[in-house]
Design a protein around this ligand. Sequence first.
Ligand code: PMP
Length: 487
Amino acid sequence: MHKLARLDHAHVWHPFTQMRDWLQREPIVITAGEGAVLRDVRGREYLDANSSIWTNLHGHNHPTLNAALKRQLGKIAHSSALGFANEPASVLAAELVKLVNPKRSASSPRRLHKVFFSDDGSTAMEVALKLAYEFTRRARGPKAKTRFLSLAGAYHGDTVGAVSLGHIELFHKAYSGLLFKTDQVMSPYCYRCPFNKAKPERADAREYRKCNWECVGKVEAKCATACKRGNDYAAFVFEPLMQGAAGMIPQPDGWLKRVTDIARGHGALLVADEVMTGFGRTGTVFASHAEGVQPDFLALAKGLTGGYLPMAATLTTQRVFDAFLGEYAEFKTFFHGHSYTGNQLGAAVALASHDLLTGKASIAMRMRLEEDLRRELKSLWSLRNVGDVRQVGLVAGVELVRNWRTREPFAIGARAGIRVCEAMAQRGVLTRPIGNVVVLMPPYCTTAAQLRRMVGALYEAVEEVLGSAASARSNDRRASGSSKLVH
Ligand code: PMP
């Protein structure tokens, strides 16, 4: 075993990892990267098929980002935002405000005008949660109900507040005693629609009924019942267009606009978690823009720095900001902050990343990659153990099932997703599953040939691990692809 792998085994505790399994094999030790390629300590090369857990945008070792970092490093790496302003954070805040308000005039009350920096997706959500809570109490009075509504299967991070907003049983159960109560409402998981309205497996089947937005009705009913009981929600929390850690679950076109209108109509603030969807992943720069939804809070992290450094931002309106203004001794201050808030290296590289993101070359690259992905993914439909292939923009989730006809899932203990990803790693492609869903989220610089290798590795891995020979029934599969309904 390489000496770095030995050190890792001796001392490092890895996130979301059963360490007994981890200790049974030599880990891949990454030492370098370039573009979509990662290199390990033994000189082997891999494709980074999940953008290093959804963070990297433009590729590794990008000359423009490296130069921006070095320039900033020549000045200063960090000074505290507690007491001082700094150059890159101030410029970045102004840039973010421009980027998230494409069509809003400076005077619109919905304009996201203020930026609170923090460190990662969880802290960005924690900030949104605390601000929404306190703002509601100030607006409605200290006795106001401050309950939150979020989506079934939601994941918003690992800090206690963020976990409370989430509804993944596995994570919730362990900490239930620590968490505060939030409500959940059905999310539009079309593939497993409980109203049996998902698209059928056979193109000529008649067994499904027309979708009447039953899932939207659930949101309406939840909000209306809460209001009737005098329990109005402080905020509705959601990931727009696609729920990530829930299993890459896309929302049918129009769902987002409908449910956010309903929540807002019942007095709830809107908290958009674009930690995964932001910065071009879903096609538009921000997923909320695709349906013209303007939240009251917007959480950003992961891609904010192009995947270089941990940095996050929570944006909100002037109205929320003003509620925290007062005489010093009134203590209306937002009592929250972190040591590295507004870090200069992070802000400098984020600015360079935004320049790339909004440039013509990156836009063209993303459009090409989205089409390449759509084309390559089609091959997976022929596999017996592929139940659903879901794509939104540059993000794909491939749901593995025991039987594609019945959609029977693998038991989580069978580790189908993990085993398939291990077999992909053997083929030089790295990604991580969410349960039985294999994620593909390539960096924007991924070439057509690299993408073909990523999808090809997934195809072969499914065949090898699950014995999923390509079926002659491929003509039966839904011609239009994903189970996501189009009305
Ligand atoms: N929100 C969403 C939608 C996420 O996908 C994640 C992480 N996968 C988080 C929040 C938490 O982000 P972090 O891991 O940076 O704390």
